[in-house]
Ligand binder design. Structure first.
Ligand code: EPS
Length: 366
């Protein structure tokens, strides 16, 4: 069975390949009355888009959204919302050389093993192009979460290779092409990425995604835990190889007396939990970290196989990202928002009669 739909009450199905005529999604279960227009998607889609700086793939797509259904007189109607974006700058000839070859580290081989055939152009559906529609759907979720709960979902690049921020300022994140929170390092990153691009190699990145003002109670133990579904959502993004919630793997080294977030009437005294305890939101900020592997489409020759099983030297030319993690900030935001909206609707459906339960501990430290 395919698995191209996400969510239980607020569901998103994406469709389309990187070099097909179009990509799209169908959102179902969206509450009625949310203001929505085609132009509302432009900001987040531009944050994800290729071709905005020399540090990414130079594919230039307009990414204009067509709302095909589910919106009337500027508001959602509660019926399925179909969104479509036409592909206007696919260069399939770039892939002619590797149509029958498997790029090491890419999905080429596994798609072939699974389906016995594949759309090799641009990596087909395994291309980062698919994430465009997740960002579009995430715009709806972010808006509903903000209007209903004043929830803010933000992400930033937290590491590129072994480079980490020396300082942190959210205001710096949107002001540079790296979504980097330390303005003093932008020059260093420009030089780092220029050298990397010239070398023909690629690098990984870590993204931190945070949701503020999430009320306590969201999450459905045991098998619908909020952290489990956030982790699954992030792992579904192309190139993701790891997800942490709160302290994550650092908790291995922590003592219990260090890890537990003590509670006072003024709020939690820490957030090692990343805002989730027992699979349920605690009211602290939801914090997750996502590891993106280095892009596998490299012009540096590599040993690979072709569809006949012959050993070949694989050289990938065309337009690729030296660090695909750089453009993943809006994608991680979208996936976090989509999980939160789906869980909020599920919580309201089952526990809507519970109301506010005291004591309500303030979020405390972010
Ligand atoms: C991308 C679309 C892709 C690449 C790039 C990012 O276009 P195509 O499918 O024609 O190769 O430009 O995909 C990669 C991450 C890469 O390095 O190949 C996109 O829309 O994000």
């Amino acid at each position: 069975m395919s698995a191209n739909s996400f969510g239980r009450l607020f569901t998103v199905t994406t469709f389309g390949e990187s070099h097909g005529p179009a990509i799209g999604c169908v959102i179902d279960g969206c509450p009625p009355g949310i203001a929505l227009a085609a132009g509302d998607f432009a900001h987040d889609l531009a944050r994800r888009a290729t071709g905005k700086s020399r540090h990414t793939s130079q594919r230039h797509e307009a990414d204009e959204v067509e709302i095909l259904s589910g919106v009337y007189e500027g508001r959602t109607t509660g019926t399925p919302i179909a969104l479509l974006i036409r592909n206007t700058d696919a260069r399939s000839k770039d892939y002619d050389r590797i149509v029958e070859q498997f790029r090491p580290g890419h999905a080429d081989y596994t798609y072939w093993q699974k389906y016995g055939l594949r759309d090799p152009r641009g990596g087909g559906r395994s291309s980062a192009r698919e994430t465009t529609m997740r960002v579009a759907a995430g715009v709806v979720a972010k808006r509903w979460l903000a209007e209903k709960f004043s929830i803010r979902v933000r992400a930033h690049v937290a590491q590129i290779g072994d480079v980490r921020p020396h300082a942190f300022d959210w205001n710096a994140v949107e002001a540079n092409p790296f979504f980097w929170p330390d303005a003093s390092q932008v020059g260093e990153l420009e030089a780092f990425m220029d050298a990397l691009r010239k070398s023909g190699d690629s690098i990984g990145a870590r993204i931190d995604a945070i949701a503020d003002n999430v009320p306590p109670g969201w999450g459905e133990p045991i098998y619908g835990k909020l952290d489990a579904e956030i982790a699954a959502a992030m792992m579904s993004i192309n190139a993701v190889k790891g997800v942490e919630i709160g302290a994550g793997f650092a908790s291995v080294m922590q003592k219990g007396s260090e890890h537990r977030d003590e509670m006072t009437r003024e709020g939690f005294l820490g957030n090692q939990a990343g805002g989730i305890l027992g699979g349920i939101s605690s009211g602290q900020a939801i914090r997750c970290s996502v590891a993106f592997k280095p892009t596998s489409s490299l012009r540096l020759p590599a040993r690979g196989l072709d569809v006949q099983g012959n050993e070949v030297e694989v050289v990938t030319t065309g337009r690729h990202d030296p660090c695909v993690g750089l453009r993943s900030v809006p994608i991680c935001e979208a996936m976090l928002a989509l999980v939160l909206m789906d869980q909020a609707l599920r919580h309201r459906a089952q526990c809507g009669d519970v109301g506010d339960v005291t004591p309500r501990i303030p979020a405390g430290r972010p």
